[in-house]
Design a protein around this ligand. Structure first.
Ligand code: CA
Length: 226
């Protein structure tokens, strides 16, 4: 999962980044609204943590702009303001939750997990995928209880596509999720194709994988599972 942290208190921003990175979230940081907007214009995030009191612009107006570019992201407002009105306004503008500062990082983690379950429909750790079953907690793909031998990156790629089913993800978006942010010229889209090819090869030995679609010239998607 990819997270953008928009927070001008650098110590707090780095603490959140260090904490979430240990939980295998891939984090980007922005310390101003302007930098935050640049990030959301060019990236697809699962979570955007948004401080309301930013030096250059109000966090609430950034929320509105960010949602145009990342409508599917989960937004969590971080606010030191005791003002109930701001929180309500944030929720009205489409934020999924808010945390009042100071908050514990464990609290942040549990809120994020609750949102992931609700918003990304990860209601269970076992998600059906054609004739397969994906165990998101144990990080296994099963066919009739037989484990498919996927590498860590192959599993990351498959589960990321699964969490965004019906949506096409570009090779760049998939690369960023698997390897973190890339400078454009430093990136080889072929890596993703190779991983997808391996996934197809390993899984189709067990059952049809017609749910995994190549969208020519764009990327890949998993068809909505019934
Ligand atoms: Ca602030």
């Amino acid at each position: 999962m990819k997270v953008l942290i928009v927070e001008d208190e650098k110590t707090l921003a780095y603490d959140i980044e260090a904490f979430l990175s240990k939980l295998f979230y891939i984090c980007d940081l922005a310390h101003t609204a302007k930098a935050g907007l640049e990030k959301v214009e060019g990236n697809l995030y699962d979570f955007i943590l948004l401080d309301l009191g930013l030096p250059d612009k109000d966090g609430l107006s950034l929320l509105t702009d960010a949602r145009k570019h990342n409508p599917d992201a989960a937004y969590i407002i971080l606010t030191a303001r005791g003002n109930v009105e701001d929180r309500v306004k944030g929720l009205d503008l489409g934020a999924d939750d808010y945390l009042a500062k100071p908050f514990s990082l464990l609290e942040l983690q549990s809120r994020m997990q609750a949102i992931a379950r609700r918003k990304f429909a990860v209601n269970t750790h076992l998600v059906p995928l054609g004739d397969f079953e994906v165990d998101l907690q144990k990080r296994l793909v099963l066919h009739n209880n037989i484990e498919i031998d996927l590498t860590r990156k192959e599993f990351d790629l498959l589960s990321y596509l699964l969490l965004h089913n019906r949506r096409v993800l570009t090779r760049m978006q998939l690369s960023e999720h698997i390897w973190g942010s890339f400078a454009d010229d430093d990136y080889d889209s072929n890596y993703i194709d190779v991983h997808i090819k391996n996934i197809r090869k390993k899984m189709s030995a067990f059952a049809a994988i017609d749910w995994l679609e190549t969208v020519r010239g764009v990327g890949y998607k998993i068809k909505k599972q019934e």
